[in-house]
Design a protein around this ligand. Structure first.
Ligand code: ZN
Length: 381
């Protein structure tokens, strides 16, 4: 249809409105369909879409203990709030809210400020990685060796540590912070600089939200200390210390889950596994994470080059590839840890994880370049 120009008064100060009114009249007369109805139809369509998204999100949460859980899809369904929604769900599923008399508003506020304290501009170390680690941690907490012996306090700590373990991560590694004289490096005397910062940030957000303000102060103190010991265990440069202790204690059959210190040690190992479990996920998820982490490494390398610093080993885009980095990471870091974990927790999940790890390593080694590219499309059905 055509609007006749002659019908529009150009003297009016509000020509747009007049034009739209004209359009409205034409639409009404030609189709019997008013703009108002059209707008309300769009609104209700949006509402239906919103409800169906919520239903799908709810459906996904029913399977939150599945190792195939697609956190990228969940992130979309939760409108970018996967860390808040997932952690809140796990807290209520475990009955932690009732048990520890947590204030619902304070809990939600705490989770929101945690999620916001992650840098969304980091390709890898952002709130989605934290949500992914929390989901993996939940899978491990459900394993018989752990679920039969962990206390509610252990579970609360395990989930809190997973959700906060990379808080306020700057997207560069410790070496970079030391080489650029970053204040955090001097504050923590060049030792577990990032992990100390994640822990201290977590404690400050816990206090700010008042989530545990009703706990006796010695319990709060103990919880904050244990939280630190869990988060500090994720320092990959201390991997061998933890791994050889794990190995020795398994060899000597010295791990007793009725002992609180042993349970804490297992929580540390579980969090370490959750943190680096990307290569043990199904290929399409493993591939996405691998590209994200490499992008972050290469970004650091680019900054180092601009600042005339030595480019860190894994951060040089000219001498590395996603595949090459992943093969090394799996062989020297992931495999040794998950082999010991499977000795401790000899379950179907451990076998599935080792199976994915082996076939993913095979893919990185043998698949043609075109199949190694990262794409997010396949996961968004
Ligand atoms: Zn992490």
């Amino acid at each position: 249809f055509r609007i006749r120009r002659g019908a529009i008064s150009y003297d009016s100060s509000d020509q747009t409105a007049l034009f739209i009114r004209m359009l409205d009249v034409r639409l009404r007369s030609q189709t019997g369909y008013t703009l108002e109805r059209q707008v309300s139809a769009e609104k209700s369509e949006k509402k239906v879409r919103h409800e169906s998204t919520q239903r799908r999100q709810h459906c996904m949460l029913q399977k939150v203990g599945s190792w195939n859980f697609d956190i990228f899809l969940f992130e979309r369904l939760s409108n970018g709030n996967s860390l808040v929604d997932l952690t809140f769900h796990l807290f209520s599923e475990y009955g932690l809210i009732k048990l520890f008399r947590l204030d619902l508003l304070k809990l939600r506020r705490f989770l929101v400020i945690v999620q916001e304290a992650y840098h969304s501009e980091n390709p890898y170390h952002n709130a989605l990685h934290a949500a992914d680690v929390t989901q993996a941690m939940y899978c491990y907490l459900q394993e018989p060796q752990l679920s039969e012996s962990l206390t509610s306090c252990d579970i609360l700590l395990g989930l809190l540590a997973a959700a906060t373990h990379d808080l306020d991560h700057p997207g560069v590694n410790q070496t970079f912070l030391i080489n650029t004289n970053h204040y955090l490096a001097s504050l923590y005397q060049n030792t577990s600089v990032l992990e100390n910062h994640h822990w201290k940030s977590a404690v400050s957000l816990l206090r700010e939200s008042g989530l545990l303000s009703h706990f006796p102060s010695e319990d709060r103190q103990c919880l904050e200390t244990r939280l630190g010991s869990l988060i500090l265990a994720t320092d990959i440069s201390r991997q061998n210390e933890y791994l050889s202790e794990f190995r020795t204690r398994l060899d000597r059959a010295e791990l007793h889950m009725n002992n609180s210190q042993d349970r804490h040690f297992i929580l540390q190992m579980a969090l370490k596994c959750a943190d680096i479990c990307n290569p043990c996920r199904p290929w399409h998820l493993c591939k996405l994470w691998s590209h994200k982490v490499t992008e972050e490494f290469f970004n650091q390398g680019d900054i180092e080059r601009r600042l005339n610093l030595d480019v860190s080993i894994l951060c040089d885009r000219n001498s590395n590839s996603v595949a090459k980095i992943q093969i090394g990471f799996i062989s020297f870091v992931v495999e040794p840890l998950f082999v010991e974990w499977a000795r401790f927790s000899d379950t179907p999940l451990s076998h599935v994880m080792l199976g994915h790890m082996t076939s993913n390593k095979f893919n990185w080694t043998h698949l043609p370049q075109k199949d190694l590219r990262g794409t997010t499309q396949s996961t968004f059905s």
